[in-house]
Every structure is written in structure tokens, then in C-alpha cells.
Write a protein that binds this ligand. Structure first.
Ligand code: PMP
Length: 427
């Protein structure tokens, strides 16, 4: 019973009044008009299983009642006043978030997006270390603002602009990486960047534990431990970008960095922290936070009452509904079924991931690992026809990114795998 504007009209208006950089996934763009938990609905009432969650953002589920209620109730009382005044919501949310962090990571900054979080983290790293150089990994995405675009290392997103001193080290990709899973060689590459490309000192290192936009590429086990040591010896701080991997999504751990057994100096978050609210955060130690005490560090909307109330509700729902354990359970079922499907179809070159952060890489030649770019695009459309929305990723767009709302069930996983099986048979 949707009565609003239809896809063609929306598309024309969007083309006319919004920037040309906006992209849409499908040949015929879908007009999404409603969302409920792991489902989205288009203008005709067609239901889609959402396996990408607004790019890993809808953590608890679309319009989750408890999160929604927190937002609505706070909106009725006070939407905004800024941190010039006291308000309990930002303090309560910061306390709850800090309680989720290990070690001395206890000082919270709220911002509005992942790019902003990483900008702030980079500023802290540079001020704290007194150095300029940052190291990030190839195949990473850390944001689209002018500073974070330098950290991002995927040409899909890059523009040629002054980036400051940024070095892109080889990402330890067990499937495609030149050194396989040999973390010592990848770590040596970081050391080489420091030795040959810097004064010997760096400001910091930033990495996602599972590279999201890069196609759900999990860093080879043991890598971060080696690199954190190298970076700290060169005077730098270590930043974990948890924009996609945080909040229990990996199943085995609440934070992605914990899967590598490391303790970062700064952690950045966004997306899933707000279940769709524009919200991001940076958490660091009191010692590092102190470098920002010399000037005012201000963010108009960061931690406003509505986002804080919603964010706090998200943390509570994830705990109450035991979503981390659920991600582990459903994720391992999904990965197991996808690995079985891989035995059946040569086009599936690699199945990888952890919890509900999964990648399926398609290849035209299993040995050569030739990216099946065109075939992936066809599969993508077929999945949509069957009512399953997945994400696309990787440098060649040959990876399905499966990162659904965390309420995704085993039945949903089965439906997705069956739809993929059918789509491949129809290729
Ligand atoms: N870091 C990671 C790992 C991301 O995936 C993204 C967004 N795709 C960002 C940072 C930037 O977040 P935002 O789009 O909210 O600025």
C-alpha cells in the first residue's frame, strides 16, 4: 500500500539534483520503501532478504523496535543542544561504550561517520607521536574525506589530491597475496616502508581486521601483532578501524582486533554502532586523549541526545539478544554451506570470513584466480530477482559481500546459498 513516488521518478530526480558520483547497484535500481529486521521492501511490496545491511550498518535489524523506541522517545524530549550543556545521554553512552573496550581504552569521542572518526584518529596519531607519516594497507577503505582518502587504498575511490605522508603496505591476503599467509614477509614490507620511505619515524598505522570494501579479506593470522611491534618501535600508534568489524559481527569476538590478539592505541567505529543513525566514535587512552586537551575539540552533532540514546539502545540490544554468539553460530553455518557449494561450482574461487562478515570471490579460472567480473555482475542481478540483496566488493568487483543485519537466521543463510546455487546453474 505504498503511495509515494515510484522508481523512475525518484531516479530521474536523483540524477537531476544529486551528484553524478552516486552509484546504484542494479541495472534497474530498486526503490526501497520500508525495512523490517533482515528484510527490505520495494514499492511493489516485494520482499528482499537484506544480506548487506546498508553496507554493514544495520546491526540490530531495520527499524528494530527497541532502538526505534529509544530514538523516538528522545526526539520528543530534546533533539539537540550541543555538548556546551550537560546531557545524560552522551555520558551514559560513553560509559557503556568504554565498558566494551579492553585495556586502558577508556576515553570516547563521538562523531558522525567513519570518515570523521578516522580523521580524528589520524590527527591524534600525528599530534601524539609528533610525526607525520601514516601507514595503511593496500585494499583498505578508511573514508572518503580528503584526509582519509589518502589512507584508502583502492583505486575505485581515489582521487589524485595531496595526501600528506601516507604509505600503503601490502595487505596480508591469504588468498591473493604475494606471500600467501606468511605474515613475517608482509610485516617486513611494513618495516621496509619505514626504513626506505620515512625518516625512520611514523605517526601511526591503521588497518581493518577484515577489509570490508576490499571484499571481506581477513588479514592473515598473527599479522597485526608483528606490525604493531614494528610501528611502535618507530614511534607510531596503532589504530584499529572497527567501522565494519565491531560489535560482535565476527562472532568469535566483540572487536575485530581481538581476533588477532592485539590491543590498539586508538579504535574507530561507525556504521553498526548506530543501526542506521549517523554516528561514529573514536576510543583511546587518557594519555593519547591528552594531546587534544590544548585546543577545543568540538563536534556540533557528535553525541547528540538522539544518536546517543539510539547508540546506547544498540549496545543493549546486541547484548540482550546475544548477537555475538548468534553471529558465530549462523556465520559458521553459512560459511560451511558456502564451502560445500564451492566444491560444486568452479566459479567460486574463495569463501572467507568470520561470523556474519563473509566474502565469496568468483573466478573464471580457479588456478589463475582470474576475477570473474562480468559473471559476478550477472549473479548479482539474478540474486536480486530471487529476492536476495548482497554487496559487491574487491578491486575487480568480483566478490559478494555477505554482511546482513545480525538478526539473520540459519534459514536466511540457507535461502541465500540456495539462491546462489540456482543463480550459478542459470549462468
Ligand atoms: N572505515 C571503513 C572500514 C569503512 O568501511 C567505511 C565506510 N565504508 C569508512 C571507514 C568510512 O565511513 P563513512 O562512510 O561513515 O564515512
Amino acid at each position: 500500500d505504498y503511495k509515494g513516488p515510484l522508481a523512475d521518478e525518484v531516479f530521474q530526480k536523483r540524477k537531476k539534483f544529486l551528484g553524478p558520483s552516486l552509484f546504484h547497484y542494479y541495472q534497474k535500481p530498486i526503490n526501497i520503501v520500508e525495512g523490517k529486521m533482515q528484510y527490505l521492501f520495494d514499492e511493489n511490496g516485494k520482499r528482499y532478504l537484506d544480506a548487506i545491511a546498508g553496507i554493514v550498518t544495520v546491526s540490530c535489524g531495520h527499524c528494530h523496535p527497541e532502538v526505534l523506541n529509544a530514538i523516538v522517545e528522545q526526539s520528543k524530549i530534546l533533539q539537540h543542544a550541543t555538548t556546551i550543556y550537560l546531557h545524560h545521554a552522551i555520558a551514559d553512552f560513553a560509559e557503556a561504550l568504554a565498558s566494551k573496550m579492553p585495556g586502558n581504552l577508556k576515553v570516547v569521542y563521538f562523531v558522525n561517520s567513519g570518515s570523521e572518526a578516522n580523521e580524528l584518529a589520524m590527527l591524534m596519531a600525528r599530534l601524539y607521536s609528533g610525526n607525520l607519516g601514516m601507514i595503511s594497507l593496500r585494499n583498505s577503505y578508511h573514508g572518503g574525506s580528503s584526509g582519509t582518502l589518502g589512507l584508502t587504498a583502492l583505486n575505485t575511490w581515489k582521487y589524485s589530491i595531496p595526501e600528506g605522508e601516507i604509505h600503503h603496505a601490502i595487505n596480508p591476503d591469504p588468498y591473493r597475496g604475494v606471500f600467501g599467509s606468511d605474515v613475517n614477509s608482509y610485516a617486513q614490507d611494513v618495516q621496509d616502508h619505514i626504513d626506505f620511505g620515512t625518516s625512520g619515524k611514523v605517526a601511526g598505522f591503521i588497518a581493518e581486521t577484515i577489509q570490508g570494501a576490499g571484499g571481506a579479506v581477513e588479514l592473515a593470522p598473527g599479522y597485526l601483532k608483528l606490525v604493531y611491534d614494528i610501528v611502535r618501535k618507530a614511534g607510531g600508534v596503532c589504530i584499529a578501524d572497527e567501522v565494519q568489524t565491531g560489535f560482535g559481527r565476527t562472532g568469535s569476538h566483540y572487536w575485530g582486533f581481538e581476533t588477532q590478539g592485539v590491543l590498539p592505541d586508538i579504535v574507530t567505529m561507525a556504521k553498526g554502532i548506530g543501526n542506521g543513525l549517523p554516528l561514529g566514535a573514536v576510543v583511546t587512552t587518557p594519555e593519547i586523549a591528552n594531546v587534544l586537551a590544548h585546543k577545543i575539540q568540538f563536534n556540533t552533532f557528535g553525541g547528540n541526545p538522539v544518536c546517543s540514546a539510539g547508540g546506547l539502545a544498540v549496545l543493549k540490544v546486541i547484548d540482550k539478544e546475544k548477537r555475538q554468539a548468534h553471529c558465530a553460530d549462523v556465520g559458521s553455518h553459512l560459511i560451511e554451506r558456502l564451502k560445500a557449494l564451492q566444491q560444486k561450482h568452479d566459479i567460486i574461487g574463495n569463501v572467507r570470513g568470520r561470523g556474519l562478515m563473509v566474502g565469496i570471490e568468483f573466478v573464471t579460472d580457479k588456478k589463475e584466480k582470474t576475477p570473474a567480473k562480468a559473471e559476478t555482475a550477472v549473479l548479482f542481478e539474478k540474486m536480486r530477482e530471487l529476492g536476495v540483496l548482497v554487496g559487491k566488493g574487491g578491486l575487480h568487483g568480483s566478490v559478494f559481500r555477505i554482511k546482513p543485519p545480525m538478526c539473520f537466521t540459519k534459514d536466511d543463510a540457507d535461502f541465500l546459498v540456495d539462491a546462489l546455487d540456482y543463480s550459478i546453474l542459470k549462468l
